[in-house]
Design a protein around this ligand. Structure first.
Ligand SMILES: [Zn+2]
Length: 263
């Protein structure tokens, strides 16, 4: 056999080995999903259904509700994790803006925001490492307000997850260009640990729909490698998670806490 023929065979063997190696790597590397459950705090009972999940879930506790502190204590004494769900001004929902206790709004001074953030942290009790926004389309898209808030987050060593209520959300819960979240870029610029929501799993509150959206998250997670998805503190959402968990695990999904996906 001539030298070039041997070289050709040698190169083919190297290429085939590389392809096999790459394939086995992509099969072994799991796509990560962090489930964040918003609006916890009105009652403790729904936690029991969520706790049947037995895989990592992060709960976002809304302050000033009847059971905010109690829920947070139960979560922090369990194998699950919690963050603060900070109320922020919405663009369109005037009623919620007026009714929501402890909400930070555009036009507030840094000192006012500081006081409200501290009182929310005190209200939910226990240790707080980070927070995401409850509603907040107006606040999170305002440069001055977010500069104040994120500077405070830096001082208090808190991470921030943008719930992405500002970006356009499709009926299927998918957020177009989630990484374009204004505050996400801002937080990175300020050197604050941050990430963003990519998918709302329960925009339509039926068991069937939440299960469908959760299964659609499998492909999205595989495409992006890792994903934060947001659901709400409802029985349907908890049951849907429990129902599709095994399918998601079998598809190669690894469930992680939100603080494992910070940038
Ligand atoms: Zn919320």
């Amino acid at each position: 056999m001539c030298f070039y023929c041997r070289m050709r065979i040698f190169l083919i063997i190297i290429i085939i080995s590389l392809i096999t190696l790459t394939n086995s790597f992509s099969q072994n590397s799991k796509a990560k999903i962090a489930i964040l459950i918003d609006d916890v705090g009105a009652r403790t009972s729904t936690l029991t259904t969520f706790f049947q999940f037995n895989e990592k879930i992060t709960f976002a506790v809304l302050p000033f509700l009847a059971k905010s502190k109690e829920c947070n204590k139960i979560i922090q004494n369990s194998d699950y994790k919690s963050i603060l769900h900070m109320p922020m001004e919405s663009k369109n929902n005037k009623t919620l803006n007026e009714r929501t206790k402890g909400m930070i709004k555009t036009g507030m001074s840094k000192q006012q925001i500081d006081l409200l953030l501290d009182s929310a942290i005190v209200n939910i009790g226990e240790k707080v490492d980070g927070f995401n926004n409850h509603i907040g389309s107006k606040f999170t898209s305002n440069a001055q307000s977010m500069f104040y808030l994120l500077s405070l987050a830096k001082q208090k060593e808190l991470f921030f997850i943008d719930s992405n209520t500002y970006n356009r959300i499709g009926e299927d819960g998918v957020i177009s260009n989630p990484e374009m979240a204004f505050s996400y870029k801002y937080a990175r610029g300020l050197g604050i640990k941050t990430s963003f929501n990519s998918l709302f799993i329960d925009n339509l509150n039926t068991l069937e729909n939440v299960e469908k959206v959760l299964l659609s998250a499998i492909d999205l997670a595989k495409e992006k490698g890792e994903l934060i998805i947001i659901g709400h503190y409802r029985k349907n959402t908890a049951n849907a998670l429990n129902n599709v968990k095994n399918k998601m695990l079998a598809a190669g999904i690894e469930f992680v806490f939100v603080d494992e996906l910070l940038e």
